[in-house]
Design a protein around this ligand. Structure first.
Ligand SMILES: Nc1nc2c(c(=O)[nH]1)N[C@H]1C(S)=C(S)[C@@H](COP(=O)(O)OP(=O)(O)OC[C@H]3O[C@@H](n4cnc5c(N)ncnc54)[C@H](O)[C@@H]3O)O[C@H]1N2
Ligand code: MOO
Ligand SMILES: [Mg+2]
Length: 422
């Protein structure tokens, strides 16, 4: 990096939030791949498509405890004229039947066991009356049975070779079950991106010291670490940087060698001690944007250096939170191979008037609820950029377009969903 020119304050050019995201998307690259045991794969993202290695199920399977029969053998069966079938064997789970079924025979079968050749239905144990005669076992069936009943055909769920899970998909509970079923003891997944997090500001205190006048505890680092973790990354909590641009530059440069991307919070606006402005003026990376037409988080600045991102988020907790969701999450997702990386958008009905409009898009921390089968959203609390409290109560961001008169109660509003399972 070049030497700092502290007087060289950045000239700012505000761009729309969607344009800012577009610039970011252009630079996202999937990260490295590693192999992990299946039991450690939960929450990771697949680095390759997974195809069915066998039919699922790979044999025709009984869905009930009962008797495997040929449905046709029960044609005309009634209470007056029950059909009698000789029971020729008993098939437990895990074994292969020895005898084929004919129109005159049946086999005792357990749930999950392999249906014998010739059989196409299973009669539930409760329906078939069992009796012994001349040393042989018989069942009597008093009702016609349908072909296919209580039988799961081979390949009912998947055929061998079917695409089961796409590359980039998150391994959740259902995926784990499928991978185990296909014998994937180890899975290729994208590495979790390592994210160095710096707070900047001489007012910041550690968590274990008492408050002092004019100082606050550094909460953003921990909030961001939680967001990073939730987005699949590994947070590296760096020591806070005092308002000293030279030292900040050294520490940030050093962090680039250890982490896959770097986030800073604070010091990005136009204050005398807003050192991130000087960093972006002096660094060797490419600055993608240094102002976004959005509230909160308008001074958010993002750059790329050797394919690694530097996100300078606002110090105000509300703005820091929103900046992460709009700009950092897509990158962390993309590095883990996720296909759709922009935060999921939807529409809901506004549960209240929101008329605080300005020239920029507003991303309002909001809470959704369902009433009469419709999804409504309301502000999660005071929405100033400096407010922390409303973050914990928000499950979406209401998107209020610039200009106009805002959104009235009952009108449709765009929302960005937060924390949606993906
Ligand atoms: N004259 C102007 N002033 C401001 C403008 C502007 O355009 N002209 N922009 C405002 C906007 S919008 C925002 S957002 C903030 C951005 O501030 P910075 O990103 O420079 O952040 P700081 O100045 O460092 O701190 C702001 C605020 O946040 C608190 N903070 C900082 N770091 C943390 C942390 N790690 N944990 C918790 N809280 C933190 C800090 O103490 C300040 O209260 O600038 C406006 N000003
Ligand atoms: O853009 Mo700032 O983050 O509103 O206060
Ligand atoms: Mg500032």
């Amino acid at each position: 990096m070049e030497s700092l020119q502290l007087s060289n304050r950045f000239r700012r050019h505000a761009i729309r939030p969607d344009e800012a995201q577009k610039r970011i998307l252009h630079h996202i690259r999937p990260g490295d791949v590693e192999q992990v045991p299946l039991e450690e794969a939960f929450g990771r993202r697949l680095a390759a498509d997974v195809f069915a290695s066998d039919n699922m199920p790979h044999f025709c399977r009984s869905g009930m405890d009962g008797f495997a029969i040929q449905a046709e053998s029960t044609v005309g069966a009634s209470s007056d004229q029950p059909v009698l079938l000789e029971v020729v064997e008993s098939i437990p789970c895990g074994s292969t039947p020895a005898k084929a079924i004919t129109g005159k025979t049946a086999s005792r079968i357990m749930t999950g066991a392999m249906v014998p050749e010739g059989a196409n239905a299973v009669v539930m144990l409760e329906i078939a009356e069992c009796f012994e005669q001349d040393g042989k076992t018989f069942i009597s069936i008093k009702k016609e049975q349908k072909a296919g009943q209580n039988v799961t055909p081979t390949g009912f769920e998947l055929a061998k070779g079917d695409l089961v899970l796409e590359k980039g998909r998150k391994i959740n509970t259902g995926e784990i079950a499928l991978l185990a079923a296909f014998g994937a003891g180890a899975v290729h997944v994208f590495k979790r991106p390592k994210v160095a997090i710096f707070a900047t500001g001489s007012e910041l205190l550690g968590l274990h010291v008492p408050l002092e006048p004019g100082k606050i505890r550094n909460s953003n680092t921990y909030m961001l670490a939680a967001q990073v973790r939730e987005a699949g990354g590994i947070p590296i909590l760096m020591e806070s940087i005092p308002d000293d641009a030279e030292r900040a530059m050294e520490k940030i440069t050093d962090a680039f060698s250890k982490a896959d991307c770097v986030i800073t919070t604070g010091g990005v606006s136009v204050g005398d001690y807003d050192i991130m402005v000087d960093i972006f003026a002096a660094w060797e990376g490419m600055t993608l944007f240094n102002k976004v037409m959005m509230r909160p988080g308008s001074p958010t600045t993002v750059g790329v250096r050797e394919n690694k991102f530097l996100f300078a988020l606002s110090g105000n907790p509300g703005a820091c939170f929103v900046g992460f969701e709009l700009f950092v999450r897509p990158v962390l997702w993309g590095m883990q191979g996720k296909k759709d990386v922009l935060p999921p958008e939807a529409t809901a009905f506004s549960g209240e008037d929101f008329t605080k409009v300005n020239a920029y898009h507003r991303f309002v921390r909001a809470k959704s609820y369902i009433e009469d089968g419709k999804v409504y959203v309301k502000m999660a609390g005071p929405d100033q950029s400096s407010v922390m409290l409303s973050i914990k109560d928000s499950d979406c961001l209401m998107v209020i377009p610039p200009g106009g008169r805002g959104v009235l109660a009952g009108e449709k509003v765009s929302i960005i969903q937060l924390g949606v399972p993906d």
